[in-house]
Structures are given as C-alpha cells and as structure tokens.
Design a protein around this ligand. Structure first.
Ligand code: DP6
Length: 361
C-alpha cells in the first residue's frame, strides 16, 4: 500500500510545476572549521556570524519531465548566462542527493542564480550559493511531499543539505549566528547540521559590521577542499582541534557578555591559527599576501592608538574582514579610507554586517 507521502509524491509529480526563490547570505566564522572527515563532517565545532550584503539569489523552477532519461534534467543560468562549469558542479551535487530527494530525476529543473558580490572579488561564494540551493530543494520537497512544514525541521534539513555541498554553508541558514559541530557547550549542536546561536549573542553583536578589504581578487592557489585534506597529515591537527573546542567555550561567554576586546582577541587568534596551519602543512602554503600583513599591522596600531574595539579575521584567503560595532562606524570608515583602502586591490572594500539570515522571496 502507498503511504501518504508516496501518494502525494506521485500525484504532485504529474500535476505540479512552480518555482521557489531564496536569497541566502554568506557567513564569517569566528571559530574556524578547518579539517574534516567522512562525508563533510567537521573535526571541530565552529561558530559564525551570518552576513547581509554578500548573498546569493537563486530561483529553482520545476515542471514534470517530458522525456524520460538517465540522470537529472537541469538547465542552469548564472547572472542570466549559461555557465557550464557551475552547471556541471551543481548537477553532480544534485545527483549525489537523489537518495535524499528521490523526485529529482522525475522533474525538469531550471536554476537561475546570481551573487550580490562580483564573482571576481575572490570572496568564496560556496556558503551563500550552497545554502540557497539547499533552501530551494527543501521548499521543493515540502511542495511535493508536505514533509517540511515544521520550520525547525525545514531549517535543519536545509542546513544538513547545505553542509553536503560545502561545510561552512550549513551555518548560513540561521539569523545572526550559528554553531556547527557537536559540543557539550551548545545543547543540540551536531556534526550533521548547524543550529541557531542567536541566543548566545549580546545585542551589540547583532549589528556588528564586517567590512571585507579585498587584498587580492585572484583565484586561490590552494582550495579550501585541499586545505582541509592537508589537515589529515598536519602534526598540529589534534592540539588544534582541542584548542578550537576550548576557544568556542570561551567565546560563548564572551558573546553573551558583549566583551568586544576579548571577542577581538579570540577572532584574531583564530584567523592567525588558521593561516599558521596552512604554513605548517606538508606541502606548506600561504594564502596571506604582503598587504594582508600590512593591514593587520595597521589595524593593531590603530587599536592601540585609539582604544577602539575593532578587530580582524580572515577566511581561507588573503582578504581581511574588519569587525567593529555600529557605534564607531564613522571613525572606522575614516581609518579605512585613509589607511586600508590604498592597500586594497583597486581600493576595493565591500561593506557588510551581521544580518537576519535567508529570505524566501
Ligand atoms: C576557513 O566550507 O569552504 O572559511 O566544506 O570543503 O566546502 P568545504 O570547505 P569550506 O571551508 C571553510 C573554511 C573557513 C572556515 C569556516 O568557514 O569555518
């Protein structure tokens, strides 16, 4: 006998077509995910702030498939242009998901996607794009099967699917902040999906700025994927994973207390640890550029001179993320214009800030 979900599925398959549209932001990790195992499982828990201005818009259109064939039928446009490299990547990911979404081969799919930030900015787009795709797929499942009506179940599945596309993407599903990776310090935290962490934030972190200073817009010499893999032979890997767990515990207290100087210390220690791990991988590599280091020196000097609580972090690339509270925006923007912009590629700075997470449009 057909169960309710299967029955719905067969009926929906023959009748429905439609589309979903999601806008999903990037995120910036404060405690970094660096090292993974199995199918995209993290070696340590991480926590990130959800961003606003750096996002992916994605529309997923679906209709019953007219011609039967092998695999998934997918048409893909990036900024209104066909993009075979992206299409192939998304297709391979969707095919890997057919055990989870068995209806995919029965449909004709069309994805239109675009980023708010230029593709050439050297900003990783995998967190925003994979979270947008995961959200579209969960909306599709819910439309066809009616299985994800509970918002918590919806977000959890979207986070899990996003993780399979790119680890850090699983944290973009939630407003303000998210924790990914099992830790006794966050009840309900899991290696399989991220959980919301808004409740751990003092209000000042909910309006924190994160300006991205573009040091280099070029393609990275070593991908994050390859970087994670190199952690497997890194002699510092185990102590690093312990350190990340301890720092996460400490950071949760600091976030609650609204202690910006201590937040800055942890954020900077994490960023430099991440890059130190790259330097002592075998083979060793570096993603920071001379101007990344010069900016770090100037940020530290400015903080020492003014006492303003600004700090930096980096992801796996040369660009500097400058974090600071809303109340010192005018001072910090003047500092950026005078001392940091001249060090940026084409004086390129992307203003971003902590935000409310994905939006269905
Ligand atoms: C340094 O999520 O890009 O930004 O899972 O292989 O897609 P994959 O890696 P990815 O790694 C992100 C690394 C990081 C730290 C972080 O975001 O936690």
């Amino acid at each position: 006998m057909l169960n309710f979900a299967t029955h719905n599925f067969i009926r929906a398959m023959h009748t429905s077509s439609g589309q979903f549209f999601w806008r999903s932001p990037s995120n910036i990790a404060i405690i970094k995910y660096w090292g993974k195992h199995g199918r995209q499982l993290p070696r340590n828990p991480s926590i990130s702030l959800t961003l606003s201005a750096s996002f992916t818009d994605m529309a997923l259109e679906y209709a019953p498939r007219e011609t039967s064939g092998e695999g998934i039928e997918l048409d893909f446009l990036f900024h209104d242009e066909p993009n075979e490299a992206f299409r192939a990547k998304i297709l391979a990911f969707l095919e890997s998901l057919t055990p989870v979404f068995p209806f995919l081969p029965e449909l004709s799919l069309r994805i239109r996607s675009g980023n708010s930030f230029p593709h050439s900015a050297g900003i990783a787009s995998s967190a925003s794009s994979m979270s947008a795709l995961a959200l579209c797929l969960c909306s599709l499942e819910d439309a066809l099967l009616g299985t994800l009506g509970d918002p918590e179940a919806f977000d959890r599945k979207a986070s899990e699917i996003a993780r399979l596309g790119s680890g850090s993407a699983c944290r973009s599903i939630y407003p303000y902040a998210a924790v990914w990776g099992a830790t006794p310090d966050v009840p309900g935290a899991s290696d399989e999906y991220a959980v919301p962490a808004e409740d751990y934030l003092h209000p000042l972190f909910k309006s924190l700025h994160n300006d991205i200073l573009i040091v280099s817009a070029g393609e990275k010499a070593v991908s994050s994927r390859a970087g994670h893999a190199l952690m497997e032979g890194n002699p510092y890997a185990e102590p690093r994973y312990d350190q990340a767990r301890r720092r996460l515990r400490r950071l949760l207290d600091v976030l609650r207390a609204g202690d910006l100087p201590e937040f800055g210390k942890i954020a900077e220690d994490e960023a430099l640890t991440l890059h130190a791990l790259m330097m002592c991988s075998d083979p060793s590599y570096m993603l920071m550029e001379p101007n990344s280091l010069e900016m770090i020196k100037r940020i530290r000097q400015y903080r020492a001179d003014t006492g303003h609580p600004l700090c930096f972090t980096l992801d796996a690339g040369p660009n500097i993320h400058l974090l600071y509270p809303e109340e010192i925006i005018h001072e910090v923007r003047a500092f950026i214009d005078e001392q940091l912009k001249p060090l940026c590629a084409n004086e390129w700075v992307i203003g971003d800030w902590v935000g409310e997470g994905p939006e269905e449009m």
